[in-house]
Ligand binder design. Sequence first.
Ligand code: OSB
Ligand code: MG
Length: 379
Amino acid sequence: MLHSHPAHRPGVLIEAAELRIVSLPLLIPFVISTGTMTGKTFPLLVLKGEGLEGVAEGVMDPTPDYLEETIPSAMAFLRDVLLPQIVGKRFATPYELEQILSPWRGNRMAKAVVEMAFWDLWAKTLNLPLKAALGGVRDHVDVGVSLGIAPIEKTLERVDEAVAQGYKRTKLKVAQGHDVKIVAAVRAAHPDIKLTVDANTDYTLSDTPVLRALDEFALDYIEQPLAFDDIHDHAKLQQLVKTTICLDESIKSAKDARVALEIGAARVINIKVGRVGGFMAARAIHDTCAAFDAPVWCGGMLESGIGRAHNIHLATLANFTKPGDTSSASRYFKRDIINEPLEAANGQMPVPTNGPGIGVTLDYDFLATVTDHVEEIQT
Ligand code: OSB
Ligand code: MG
């Protein structure tokens, strides 16, 4: 029976939103081709409704280093546009929420924060783990490590440690002048490990000889060698190198994935739910890649336990067949903002199940000590 009174309409009422900026120090600086991160600062959104809380974090950086969005731009868009559009409203499903988000151009990382927090809240109202709401099929996900740029000796130590801990893949960050020598040294020390590199856009087609030189190290793939806004030149490059190309920054939608796979710009895709605008887009990319027989894996952005939990649930979908970047939180942070440890064992990360939704809970006392800013959005 349908009820016309708003209080009886079906769906999840979003009663209020709490938006924070949180800063956590990183245990060691993380160096990639675009810069060095010594701490992790991120927006944290809590959507409140039905006596429950849905939580998500944003993956945008303070400055537009990885992609265009920034924390200040996202905070303004969230505060002034997105949150006023949804607080005080009911949404029966994430599909309904998507109708509000999708007309806005770009701003995918900001939209993802809202969408992901709603998925968590919605799954909690259904008393389901997020992975079940998403259609995931695994209890554990395979994970590897992503190692920042460092001197060769330091890199070799870090690789030894990751291999000893059982991580299923080692990804080396590379950049111009920090590439072939480092990869050669790691491959010489570990002839059989699954090894990849990530250039975070540092090369152009004129660097093809360097990228071809990497062919001799049996890499599983080269991640995002060329520009963040390019797909076309990656197709040219893929014709010139034997190693599989994997795209990260260049893939923002299922359409981008289709184009990349149709023209042969990549054979593997890194899916980051925060980069692509949320779980609806992440699943669409996952499904598109499956249709092309292209494996996907779940990337990371040095998230706290909240974003990490979202990533783990996403990676339970069937076509996430390559190890993801969601390694143990203790590799990054002395103390996390959640109550549950997110630790991998033998290269497998268990799906968190402390309650429905993302299966982890905020440590509000500690969170208070690492919150730079907090604001409430109410109707
Ligand atoms: O390209 O995957 C990337 C971190 C910051 C910015 C870009 C990237 C990364 C990582 C980190 O590789 C992976 C992780 O979260 O451990
Ligand atoms: Mg990457």
